[in-house]
Design a protein around this ligand. Structure first.
Ligand code: ADP
Ligand code: MG
Length: 296
């Protein structure tokens, strides 16, 4: 391989909307056989909106949203943004400022609002405090998951009090991008911290096989999943956008960051898809294969 020919490859890459860290990246791009995709913000838009508020028996929806929104206002997670935005709108822009706030990575948030100890997040976050969902809230969570909607539970002062349902749309280009990956002979897989049923529904929508869905993975465990797949002999490309994807991007044979994502992800990656259009993944792999074929 001559450096000049490789640089032609990187120049074409820029035209395709892909930034390549250096010419040496093309070699791993060519060898990739498995593409692991983060769900939120990568396969989906990552811009969530609040669809519904479900209050437990004896609770008020407004209060569920107000306390959850106050706490989520301090978080930048897509779920948090949707909740805080809706709460702000409904309260006329006046939310209490939390006295305490802590992020439970991949699980949700905890803190104190107006003297109440508040939790917002996955069922697992509540389970850590030995809080169970009453049947009406468990039902709301299950129904949301069946419709590929993310539901988070809201608890305060030792009891689960509500469920918030948010939705995120699959990007219009994702299905075509995944079809191209399969056509190139690659195996696409979905890796997410979200609920298994939500993940399965999104996977079905874009044509990822159910056995290739890895869900409910904590951010710190995403890199281990990549390492495990590599140990099985796969050559793994990881595509992600979040702070929670950075370690996985660095562990993969090839890390691809969405240009629309966080700086941390972009810094950890070998390739950046400038516009966040997943079709550039297949384009980059095809380009790398062609470039190296031309040079031989
Ligand atoms: P992904 O891997 O899909 O990008 P994350 O690991 O960031 O997802 O989050 C996994 C799940 O944890 C979310 O789907 C949500 O249920 C919950 N979660 C994370 N952060 C928050 C938050 N700030 N508020 C509520 N729920 C959260
Ligand atoms: Mg993400």
């Amino acid at each position: 391989a001559t450096p000049t020919a490789l640089l032609v490859g990187t120049g074409r890459g820029a035209q395709l909307g892909v930034l390549i860290r250096g010419p040496e990246v093309l070699e791993s791009t060519r060898r990739v056989d498995t593409v692991l995709l983060d769900k939120t913000g990568t396969v989906t838009e990552g811009r969530m909106t609040l669809l519904s508020v479900v209050a437990a028996e004896g609770e008020r929806e407004d209060e569920v949203l107000r306390l959850a929104g106050a706490l989520e206002h301090a978080s930048e997670h897509p779920v948090a943004r949707a909740v805080a935005e809706a709460a702000l709108a409904r309260s006329g822009g006046a939310l209490p400022v939390p006295e305490e706030f802590a992020n439970a990575e991949g699980l949700g948030v905890r803190g104190a609002v107006e003297g109440h100890t508040v939790l917002v997040g996955r069922e697992r976050l509540l389970a850590e405090e030995e809080l169970a969902l009453p049947p009406e809230l468990a039902r709301a969570m299950a129904e949301a998951a069946d419709e590929a909607r993310t539901a988070v539970a809201v608890a305060w002062d030792g009891a689960a009090r509500g469920v918030l349902v948010v939705a995120d749309a699959v990007k219009p280009t994702s299905a075509a991008a995944l079809a191209e990956l399969r056509q190139l002979g690659l195996t696409p897989m979905l890796l997410t911290g979200d609920n298994a049923r939500v993940a399965a529904t999104v996977a079905r929508e874009v044509g990822i096989e159910e056995r290739h869905v890895i869900a409910e993975v904590l951010p710190r465990d995403k890199a281990d999943v990549v390492a495990r797949l590599r140990a099985e002999g796969r050559v793994v490309a990881m595509v992600g956008d979040g702070v929670n994807d950075a370690a996985a991007l660095a562990t993969a044979d090839l890390g691809l960051a969405m240009g629309t994502g966080t700086d941390v992800a972009i810094e950890a990656a070998d390739l950046t898809l400038v516009s966040g259009d997943l079709r550039a993944v297949g384009d980059a792999i095809r380009l790398a294969r062609q470039t190296l074929t031309t040079i031989r």
